[in-house]
Ligand binder design. Structure first.
Ligand code: PMP
Length: 427
């Protein structure tokens, strides 16, 4: 055990999980690579989830941060600052929400918490619809809308949450249905739930479940839901914390794969926008955003240094069409991983959209999830110089791949080869 790890254990809660038997201490990064304290270099296939959306040490972001830090570092939503207003203007347009209003927070959890505050106030109801297997954060309110119990440590929440089918097919009766039948079944489930509920404020959903193991519902599911929700006056909150900013390749936001009946009422974002800086936010149409009788609800949201970083990052990703890169390189990576998977019976499925890719592991010849194998592959990949993540439903048996969006074809090929070796070593 490293001396740093010992010191960490002495001051941190027991439940603070660290990846790896021998935890990583990162010292620096560049592009799609990071280095640890022993000087080992790793190809980073998980930076995207851990907020480095574009690239490590992106010069444009570093410059924006240092210039802004040299001018003023402060945090108060009582005063204006130019980068905050400029970023809000850009996000309002990009969101696709008419008459959009934007409020910045410091994390995805806080963004979802704010979305709940808005929806419950707007509808004067504490009932929320969420998806089975979902993840929305671990604050007091967000654990209670997180359907994935493995990631929801405790909840004595005053919210009343009802869970809806649709985010994941699982192994049960939904597994074999065609996309069309699956949507029909989920809509019927929603209708049934609404028939027996009080007056839910909102449905909150991730367009692609992140922590849940990168599972996508068929395109159009949320459009079909929207039609039902509208009839009942229930708001739709799209949690774009992982799917925003082009990561899914085909769309800038995940909700756009479900756009027939219009945009969500509320959209939340976080993680990648600051390329590692702590930024999140909520976008809602004016009528919903303005329903609160409040005078701000945060001190740190919109602080100028994080806003300057986010503006520079957003400009870079739009100028360099990183959504297109996610589609192209992500498509190629999925293809490579599928041909690797064909050699390993432990891989049940390679799935994903753009640069959001899940590799689900089972005990060979069965449908039984294998979290032990996922941990073994994670460790072996690290030995080979590749960082990946893990997640999944009730057992953590899905390898998660979400590299920075500037990933090159050569790096995708290299990562797939290291993962093949890791599957071999772990098997
Ligand atoms: N929503 C989703 C979909 C997430 O994946 C996460 C983080 N994994 C959150 C919300 C919470 O974000 P944060 O960790 O920034 O609070």
């Amino acid at each position: 055990m490293s001396r740093l790890h010992e010191r960490h254990l002495a001051v941190s809660p027991d439940w603070l999980a660290l990846y790896y038997r021998n935890p990583l201490e990162l010292t620096h990064g560049r592009g799609r690579h990071v280095w640890d304290a022993d000087g080992n270099r790793y190809l980073d296939f998980f930076g995207g989830i851990l907020t480095t959306m574009t690239a490590h040490a992106l010069p444009e972001v570093t410059q924006a941060v240092t210039e802004q830090a040299g001018r003023i570092i402060h945090s108060s939503t009582l005063y204006l600052n130019r980068p905050m207003v400029e970023l809000a203007e850009r996000i309002a347009v990009l969101s696709g929400i008419p008459e959009a209003r934007v409020f910045f927070t410091t994390s995805g959890t806080e963004a979802n918490d704010t979305a709940l505050l808005l929806a419950t106030a707007y509808r004067r109801s504490n009932q929320i619809l969420a998806m089975r297997n979902s993840y929305h954060g671990r604050s007091f309110s967000t654990v209670s809308i997180t359907g994935n119990q493995a990631w929801s440590p405790t909840s004595l929440s005053p919210l009343q949450t009802l869970y809806v089918h649709g985010g994941v097919r699982g192994r049960g009766p939904y597994a074999e249905l065609s996309d069309e039948r699956f949507i029909e079944a989920c809509v019927a489930d929603l209708e049934d739930l609404l028939g027996h509920s009080r007056r839910p404020a909102a449905l909150i959903a991730e367009p692609v479940q992140g922590v849940g193991g990168f599972t996508s519902p068929p395109d159009g599911l949320f459009a079909a839901f929207r039609e039902v929700l509208d009839r009942h006056g229930v708001l739709w909150i799209s949690d774009e914390v992982q799917t925003g900013w082009g990561r899914t390749g085909d769309h800038f936001w995940g909700w756009q794969a479900h756009a027939e009946n219009g945009p969500p009422d509320i959209l939340t974002f976080a993680k990648g926008i600051g390329n590692g800086m702590s930024v999140g936010g909520v976008v809602a149409r004016a009528e919903v955003m303005n329903c609160l009788d409040a005078n701000s609800i945060s001190t740190f949201g919109g602080s100028p240094v994080t806003m300057a970083a986010s503006l520079a990052n957003l400009a870079y990703l739009l100028e360099h069409d990183l959504q297109g890169n996610a589609r192209r390189v992500g498509g190629l990576l999925i293809e490579r991983l599928r041909s690797v998977a064909a050699r390993f019976p432990a891989v049940r499925e390679v799935r994903g959209r753009g640069l959001m890719i899940g590799v689900e592991l089972v005990r060979p010849g069965t449908e039984e999830a294998d979290p032990g194998a996922a941990t073994a592959v994670l460790e072996a990949a690290r030995e080979g110089g590749l960082l990946i993540g893990k997640g999944g439903g009730h057992s953590t048996s899905v390898l998660r791949i979400a590299p920075p969006l500037t990933l090159t074809v050569a790096e995708a090929e290299e990562g797939a080869a290291i993962l093949a070796d890791a599957l071999h070593a772990a098997g």
